[in-house]
Design a protein around this ligand. Structure first.
Ligand code: S3P
Ligand code: PEP
Length: 749
């Protein structure tokens, strides 16, 4: 490694060369990030070992030997067991200049602060308390590892009086070791660590101790398989250190331990009573939480899409598209299957559920309301299935925290219809994009049913309080929206009387169809009114989710614009209320055939064969707009590669999707040299040759995937920034695009 231009610290003195202290010293030495690393050790044997292993430049038996050499810029790192810290701090107070920065690595911060007050009479401004979250069950200088802190977190707990220069120096020290530095208060730190680190150690020690002593059977360890080994790894940690930690953080550890014992007793009771549902509830909730946590650690989180690992797409024109594949499950149908399965009586199974950020947000929301959802697991045929143990219309439980719906508009609006009618309060939140989307469209009709909804300027967060009365309404939809229609049909399940809704344009009818599958008929009355009876119970069923037409649309356009292409997309949902894009593309001259037409779970499905044919610009018939609403980003790319002009009007809704899709697609296409004029509710695109450039998804999954398609007909590569947002609907987009022969790379930023 090359020598850095400046040293993070001057001289480093580590008092206590165990795993923690030894790794700091070895790491800074290896990175040439300190002038000299000096270890203060107990005895000659440890001194010799530390020197031999290259952990320090110099080893001494007492601080006194080096104290006089130290001044501003130097750092003393205290890494002795927690209960020995006070006497070390007394030595430092007596021997060392207050200009020297002092820090520590103890797991409990409250007791170190008390030790400092006992030793110095206060927490001195040169003492920066810290804790690296990078322990291991190994101990001693022999375990010192220069990379131990790489990509780990270090929590500093500075006091208001701590000197800024000292904090900066300690921060630089940890950053030089590759760690991420966070800051929190002493009490917050001890509470969090009590629950997440100290409690698991108590449990691991206790479990091994129970098996070792109480059962008294030596064979027990001989046959202890993976589970035991994985679970008890930390019971091999240094007993003295953990003895000290438990005593030092007694209050917080007892608090977490009481909660755990209480939960364990309830689990014991559930096992005794053979309460399968309770056991499954605990286990599936725990598995979901643990999987969520694993995803978070991997940087793939159901959180703000800003927290996903950033990627760019790079696409270049290449060979024709060839081959066949099945796109993942339909997003709209997946949301509804989770919702209705949760509200049904009995066990619903779902095959082909979409596992994307949006649908998983819905799934998590119902888990947060006490619904047991298991899977996806392989069934006997090898197919992945999700099982939902429905709680009935009135069985949801109050969530303990706001329901976080990420980027999912469908989830927010449909769920609102359900939450507005519950007897408990709840709040829904979302990422920045979802928080900017209009919610007045559902607040207004739900409020007229009696719902009690609070929001600032009709945006998320929305808070639902129990309604005094919840009554059916007749509602003529003022805009074309399947989400609003579905929200009201779901609310209608809970309302007194018959709820009626009427739409003036066709929108997707998955809710109506699926309610029928759950045994609750939505009646189609005269003059286009849909009616649902309040109090209709839902009966669990099996749902087969077809491939998502909106995801397939990207490949349909890709094959239509790439000369020589011929692809087959299998088992795609072709519900006529969704396939306006097929009509539009056919009007433009596309060669698309539906084969093997069938139904699955009450939805029409087919294999879609697409062959290249030169497209022509058209004026898009207004009656097709609501049936093609999500496919416009892809259709705009078809228009850009077509001969002539394509015009669209009556599509103002595109401005309030995950982003303003008219503006963002126009910006992307213009950057490639296409002539695009936008107006309030549409645009005009003149097909032309395109030049590769860097374009931006604006965090919108459909814009990201549509702009990627432009690379197929550009002269030069197209790079799409902020492409990680595709996880909302189609996490496997790149892999499937490659499978069809598209030359696309996802580049980590
Ligand atoms: O009901 C649904 O599943 C959806 C309806 C449409 O939204 P609007 O109802 O806002 O048009 C669509 O854009 C969205 O992707 C999914
Ligand atoms: C608009 C979309 O979804 P939602 O409204 O559920 O965020 C979409 O997927 O294009």
């Amino acid at each position: 490694m090359s020598e850095p231009e400046f040293k993070a610290v001057g001289k480093l003195v580590v008092i206590g060369l165990g795993l923690i202290g030894g790794s700091v010293s070895a790491g800074l030495r290896q990175r040439h990030a300190c002038q000299e690393a000096i270890g203060i050790v107990r005895d000659q044997a440890n001194a010799a070992l530390a020197l031999e292993r290259g952990v320090v430049d110099r080893a001494c038996l007492s601080l006194q030997e080096v104290a006089a050499e130290l001044g501003e810029g130097d750092v003393i790192f205290v890494a002795v067991p927690t209960l020995a810290i006070e006497s070390v701090l007394r030595d430092i107070h007596a021997l060392v200049s207050p200009e020297v920065t002092v820090t520590d690595g103890a797991s409990v911060k409250g007791s170190v602060r008390e030790a400092a007050i006992a030793a110095f009479g206060e927490v001195p401004s040169n003492l920066v308390l810290g804790h690296p979250i990078a322990g291991s069950e190994q101990s001693g200088v022999a375990a010192a590892n220069p990379s131990l802190y790489q990509k780990h977190r270090v929590i500093l707990t500075p006091e208001p009086s701590t000197g800024a220069a000292h904090i900066a120096r300690v921060t630089a020290l940890w950053q030089a070791l590759g760690a991420e530095v966070l800051s929190m208060s002493v009490s917050e730190h001890d509470e969090v660590l009590g629950a997440t680190s100290h409690l698991p150690h108590v449990i691991a020690y206790s479990l091994v101790d129970t098996l070792a002593h109480d059962i008294g059977n030596p064979n027990i360890f001989r046959y202890a398989a993976g589970g035991f080994r994985d679970f008890t790894r930390i019971a091999s940690s240094d007993p003295i250190m953990w003895h000290d930690i438990m005593r030092a953080n007694r209050g917080a550890v007892l608090h977490s331990l009481d909660k755990f014992v209480d939960n364990l007793l309830r689990l014991r009771d559930g096992i005794e009573r053979e309460d399968g549902e309770y056991l499954l509830g605990v286990f599936t909730r725990a598995k979901a939480a643990r999987d969520h946590f694993t995803r978070m650690l991997a940087g793939r989180t159901l959180k703000d899409s800003a927290a996903l690992t950033p990627i760019k797409f790079r696409v270049v024109a290449g060979a024709p598209l060839q081959g066949r594949l099945r796109v993942p499950g339909d997003k709209s149908i997946s949301h509804r299957a989770i919702m209705l399965g949760s509200l049904a009586n009995g066990k619903t199974t779902i095959a082909g559920l979409l596992e994307s950020e949006d649908s998983l947000a819905t799934l998590q929301a119902f888990r947060d309301m006490g619904v047991v959802i298991d899977g996806a697991n392989n069934d006997a045929t090898g197919e992945e299935r999700v099982t939902i143990y429905g709680v009935g219309l009135h069985g949801l439980k109050a969530p303990q925290k706001p329901l976080y719906l990420g980027n999912a508009g469908t989830s927010a609006r449909l769920l609102s219809g359900i939450l507005a009618a519950q007897t408990f309060s709840s709040t829904i939140t979302g990422d920045a994009s979802l928080s900017a989307r209009p919610m007045g469209r559902i607040i207004e009709p739900l409020s007229s049913m009696g719902a009690n909804i609070h929001s600032e300027s009709e945006n998320l967060p929305l808070t639902f309080a129990p309604a005094e009365r919840f009554a059916a309404i007749d509602y003529q939809l003022p805009l074309a929206s399947a989400q609003v229609k579905s929200c009201l049909l779901l609310a209608g399940l809970y309302a007194d009387g018959v709820t009626r809704v009427r739409e003036s344009q066709v929108t997707r009818d998955h809710t109506e169809r699926m309610l029928g599958g759950f045994g609750c008929q939505v009646t189609r009355c005269d003059e286009g009114w849909l009616a649902i009876d309040g109090g209709s119970e839902l009966q669990a069923c099996h749902i087969d989710v077809p491939g998502d037409f909106s995801s397939a649309a990207f490949f349909i356009v890709a094959a239509s614009i790439t000369p020589g292409s011929d692809i087959l997309l299998e088992h795609v949902g072709v519900n006529p209320s969704r396939t306006g894009a097929l009509d539009i593309l056919r009007l433009m001259g596309a060669d698309i055939a539906l084969l093997n037409e069938d139904t699955a779970g009450g939805e029409p499905v087919a294999d879609i064969r697409v062959r290249y044919r030169q497209l022509q610009g058209i004026s898009i018939p207004p009656e097709l707009v609501s049936r093609a609403i999500d496919e416009f980003p892809a259709l705009f790319v078809a228009a850009a590669s077509a001969r002539g002009v394509t015009e669209l009007s009556g599509a103002a809704e595109l401005r309030v999707k995950e982003s303003d899709r008219l503006a963002n697609m126009a910006a992307g296409l213009k950057a490639l040299g296409v002539s695009v004029d936008t107006h309030a509710d549409g645009l005009r695109i003149t097909g032309s040759a395109m030049q590769g450039a860097e374009v931006d998804s604006a965090g919108d999954h459909r814009v990201a995937m549509a702009l990627a398609l432009t690379g197929l007909c550009c002269d030069g590569a197209v790079t799409v920034d902020h492409a990680e947002c595709i996880a909302s609907s189609f996490p496997g987009f790149v892999a499937q695009a490659k499978q069809l022969g598209i030359t696309i790379e996802a580049i980590d930023c």
